[in-house]
Design a protein around this ligand. Structure first.
Ligand code: A1D88
Length: 251
C-alpha cells in the first residue's frame, strides 16, 4: 500500500508510504489517497498527513510522469486527489517530517495547517526538471508568501529550511523532529474538542479568503456565522458559557 492509515480517537493519521522513492506521488498513491479521504470523511474530526521515512514527499513521481502522454495527464493526472482534498470538510494537518518538494509541497499547501520538523526542507524544484509546478505551486504559494518570494522559489527551484518557511508564513509551527507527531496530534485533539460543525464552517470560510474577492469572502463568512449561530452546537456553546460549564457539542 502506498498509504498507511490509522484512526485514533477520531483522528485520522495518513502516512505516505513509498519511503524508497521519498514518497513520490504516483497514480497508485493518488487513488489510495482519494479512497482513504472518502473513507475518513464520515469517521474523523481531523486528519494528519505525514510521510514514512526521511521525506514528507519529493513530489510527483518523475519516472511515471515522463511515461505519460498529454492525454493521460489531462484525463487522469492527479486531479482526483486535489478534488478529494478540496471537498474534505474536516481539517487536514500536514506534518512535514523531511523533504517536501514539488507536488509534496503542493499537497501540504492543500492542507489546512502546516507543521514542520526542524530538519524539513521545502521548495518547488520543478524548474530543475525543465517544467513548472502544476498543482498550486505558483498560485497557493504566491498567495501565501507573496510574489517576490514565490518567484525566487519557483524560478530557482531551491529548497528552504523549515525555519525559513516559518518566517515566510508557509509553515505554522516548527518543532524538534522527535516532537512532530506529538504536536500534530495535540493540535488535532484540540480542534477535535470543538464543535465539528463549527470547525467545518470556519475551515470553509478561511479557505474562501484565498480564492475569492474580499466581498464574496465576507458574504460567505456572514452566511456561515449565521448558520453557526443558529446551529445546535452554537446554542449549546453559548449556553454553556453563560452557565459556566463545559459545552457538550453534538458534532
Ligand atoms: C504536479 C507536480 C509535479 C511535480 O511534483 S514534479 C517533481 C518535483 N520534485 C522534484 O523535482 C524533486 C526530485 N527529487 C530530488 O531532487 C531529490 O530526490 C531531493 C533533493 C528531493 C532529495 O535528494 P536525496 O536526499 O539525495 O535523495 P535521492 O537519492 O535523490 O532520492 C532517493 C530515491 O528517491 C527517488 N526520487 C526522489 N524524488 C523522486 C521523484 N519526485 N520521483 C521519482 N523518484 C524520486 C530518487 O530517484 C532516488 O531513487 P534511487 O535510489 O533509485 O536513485
Amino acid at each position: 500500500m502506498t498509504v498507511q492509515v490509522e484512526v485514533k480517537d477520531r483522528i485520522g493519521i495518513v502516512r505516505l508510504n513509498r519511503p524508497e522513492r521519498l514518497n513520490a506521488i504516483n497514480m497508485e498513491m493518488v487513488h489510495d489517497l482519494v479512497r482513504e479521504f472518502n473513507r475518513l470523511k464520515g469517521e474523523v474530526k481531523a486528519v494528519i498527513i505525514t510521510g514514512n521515512g526521511k521525506a514528507f514527499s519529493a513530489g510527483a513521481d518523475v519516472k511515471e510522469m515522463l511515461g505519460m502522454s498529454l492525454e493521460d495527464v489531462v484525463r487522469e493526472g492527479h486531479m482526483p486527489l486535489w478534488d478529494a482534498m478540496r471537498g474534505f470538510r474536516k481539517p487536514i494537518i500536514a506534518a512535514l517530517n523531511g523533504v517536501t518538494a514539488g507536488g509534496g509541497l503542493e499537497l501540504a499547501m492543500a492542507c489546512d495547517v502546516i507543521i514542520a520538523a526542524e530538519s524539513a526542507r521545502l521548495g518547488q524544484p520543478e524548474i530543475n526538471l525543465g517544467i513548472i509546478p502544476g498543482a498550486g505551486g505558483t498560485q497557493r504559494l504566491t498567495r501565501t508568501i507573496g510574489k517576490y518570494r514565490a518567484m525566487d522559489l519557483v524560478l530557482t527551484g531551491r529548497l528552504i529550511s523549515a525555519w525559513d518557511g516559518y518566517r515566510m508564513g508557509l509553515v505554522d509551527k516548527v518543532v524538534p523532529d522527535e516532537a512532530l507527531m506529538r504536536e500534530a496530534l495535540r493540535l488535532a485533539r484540540e480542534i477535535g474538542e470543538r464543535s465539528g460543525f463549527a470547525v467545518e464552517l470556519g475551515k470553509e470560510a478561511v479557505n474562501k479568503a484565498l480564492d475569492t474577492t474580499l466581498q464574496q469572502g465576507l458574504d460567505l463568512e456572514r452566511r456561515n456565522f449565521y448558520v453557526s449561530l443558529m446551529s445546535e452546537d452554537g446554542k449549546e456553546g453559548m449556553k454553556a458559557f453563560l452557565e459556566k460549564r463545559k459545552p457538550q457539542f453534538k458534532s
